[in-house]
Design a protein around this ligand. Structure first.
Ligand code: GDP
Ligand code: MG
Length: 389
């Protein structure tokens, strides 16, 4: 039988961010290796992370790889996303739900466009704590690395992260993976920085249970399983839940985290929920599993929206009332009509208020973040200010 998940330490969700090829996946593998050697986790090699096992097994491209590990004081779920588009999608929609992030910057290359974009995204989605891994420090010369560090601190300050006090740790994911003691120690220092600098976030354990569905799969002989991160509340095996979007009432008959059964899942946990008697095709990514009658879905809301500049990968031309992009809200992807009111246009780089009418109802509440996408790229990021009728 599988070993049950025992909650002995606070659980946090973190992830690597940064420009392609700066070493995010190598560093992720190195962290698991160093901790496995300390006896607190399982080594996950590079090629297992870079190609998530879920992708192979489920035939679904989820473009987000989770690994788990423990330090002396905490249990972490760590996400490593393969491409820039995955960051935009998973971070802005909240699917990644990062409590803190490790910004990976190559000491050889310094800040590159996606370094800056990920810092911007992190700020917009409310990731309040960043620790910097100056990677490839094995190959860089010291003076150049000092310059890169200065540059990174400035970038973080420019985005409100207090760059002077952010921990910057020089590491080599590659050498640590090879077992080099100096760089193994550096990974330890990085983890200490994460343990101490990223605070335990407030979890809304008393709120009614809510989980945005990330993926749906079938376990032969057992039924339909949905996966995702618990946004708030707790859920236990035997609890009644409703699936919003599917209009289904059901019962949770099993709960797992990272393959380990659990009796109760709580806000912040990444879990798989087995649902009684729900056909596989009734539930989809974007649906919401919630405590019965705890949320009222709606279609209209007002919002404050930042329209990304062209330099940030956004539009080159303004938008006006009647604009009809896709809204990524939690894990859902819904078309919406934009009304800019008195204001005629919103230019790239502007922050504006707007009213939105969605193509279908979703649970909305003030403070909820979302992304606006068009033709596969992000053109805006916003926050719901009020739900309208
Ligand atoms: P990602 O795109 O950010 O996930 O980067 P990868 O982890 O795939 O690494 C990109 C390349 O950089 C690979 O060829 C790695 O072997 C190399 N690399 C990663 N970490 C280090 C390091 O610490 N030192 C050196 N010298 N090379 C590294
Ligand atoms: Mg990678």
């Amino acid at each position: 039988p599988k070993t049950a998940y025992v909650r002995t330490k606070p659980h946090l969700n973190i992830g690597t961010m940064g420009h392609v090829d700066h070493g995010k996946t190598t560093l992720t593998a190195a962290i698991t290796k160093v901790l496995a050697e300390r006896g607190s986790g399982t080594f996950v090699p590079f090629d297992r992370i870079d190609r998530a096992p879920e992708e192979a097994a489920r035939g679904i491209t989820i473009n987000i790889s989770h690994v788990e590990y423990e330090t002396d004081t905490r249990h972490y779920a760590h996400v490593d996303m393969p491409g820039h588009a995955d960051y935009v999608k998973n971070m802005v929609t909240g699917a990644a739900q990062l409590d803190g992030a490790i910004l990976v910057v190559s000491a050889l290359d310094g800040i590159m466009p996606q370094t800056a974009e990920h810092v911007l995204l992190a700020r917009q989605v409310g990731v309040n704590h960043i620790v910097v891994a100056l990677n490839k420090a094995d190959a860089g010369d010291e003076e150049l690395t000092d310059l890169v560090e200065l540059e990174v601190r400035e970038l973080l300050t420019a985005h409100g992260y207090g760059g002077d006090s952010v921990p910057v740790v020089r590491v080599s994911g590659l050498r640590a993976l090879e077992g080099d003691p100096r760089w193994t120690e550096a990974i330890g220092a990085l983890l200490d920085a994460v343990d101490t600098y990223v605070p335990m976030p407030e979890r809304y354990l008393d709120a009614p249970f809510l989980l945005p569905v990330e993926n749906v799969l079938t376990i032969t002989g057992r039924g339909t399983v949905v996966t995702g991160a618990v946004e708030r509340g707790t859920v236990r095996v035997g609890d009644r839940v409703e699936v919003l979007g599917a209009a289904v009432d059901t019962v949770v008959t099993g709960l797992e985290t990272f393959g380990k059964p659990m009796d109760e899942a709580q806000a912040g946990d990444n879990v798989a929920l087995l649902l009684r008697g729900v056909p596989r095709d009734a539930v989809r990514r974007g649906h919401i599993v919630a405590a019965p009658d705890s949320v009222l879905p709606s279609r209209r809301f007002s919002a404050q929206v930042y329209v990304l500049s062209a330099r940030e990968g956004g539009r080159t031309t303004p938008v006006s009332t009647g604009y009809r992009p896709q809204f990524y809200i939690r894990t859902a992807d819904v078309v919406g009509d934009v009304d800019l009111g008195e204001r005629a246009v919103a230019r790239p780089g502007d922050t504006v208020t707007m009213t939105v009418e969605l193509g279908r109802e979703v649970p909305l509440e003030p403070g909820l973040g979302f992304a606006i996408r068009e033709g596969g790229r992000t053109v805006g990021a916003g926050t719901v200010t009020a739900v309208v009728g």
